[in-house]
Ligand binder design. Structure first.
Ligand code: CUA
Length: 174
């Protein structure tokens, strides 16, 4: 069924292309004033070019504005709890591992050796926040744990033979 539809659609398109070729071939001997044609289509080209750029800008802004990057996740005036995270082969050093539900945490993530990942997973193993742990650089991740439970931290960057054992846990209580 699908094959025959595809076959018919291809046939129709091939026929269309053949007709266009035939049309061009039959008209190619006719003479026309070139300047007029040139002017008309240069105008069209400018119009379509500008339209395309504007359209793409609108689509880009519209689709990117919902990205959560750098959006504050806590109310104004509220102070987040700062937690220092140091990733190393093969584990994490965290300045705190127990938090309260509703508390906003600002993780300051760095690495003491190579590039690692810092991915926070909820109890269903859905990734809810992540950043890179980079040597000599500190990345910030803001997160508010809404539900109490045990959250896993996994490395998301291949960092050596023990990459797969680079797992940690944080606890969120009521
Ligand atoms: Cu650390 Cu992979």
């Amino acid at each position: 069924m699908v094959q025959s539809v595809a076959w018919i659609v291809s046939l129709v398109f091939m026929l269309l292309i053949a007709v266009v070729f035939l049309f061009v071939a039959m008209n190619s001997t006719k003479r026309k004033e070139y300047e007029v044609v040139k002017k008309k289509w240069y105008k069209a080209r400018t119009f379509y070019g500008i339209t395309l750029v504007v359209l793409m800008l609108v689509v880009t802004i519209y689709t990117l504005r919902e990205l959560p990057y750098n959006q504050p996740v806590y109310a104004k005036g509220e102070e987040p709890t700062i937690v220092d995270v140091e990733a190393l082969q093969f584990g994490y050093k965290l300045s705190a591992r127990e938090f309260k539900a509703g508390e906003t945490i600002e993780f300051h993530v760095t690495s003491s050796d190579v590039n690692h990942g810092f991915g926070i997973y909820d109890e269903d193993m859905n990734l809810i926040a992540q950043t890179q742990a980079m040597p000599e650089y500190t990345n910030k991740v803001f997160i508010t744990f809404d539900h109490p439970g045990t959250y896993k931290i996994l490395c998301l960057e291949y960092c050596g033979l023990g990459h797969h054992v680079m797992v940690d846990e944080i606890t969120v209580t009521n």
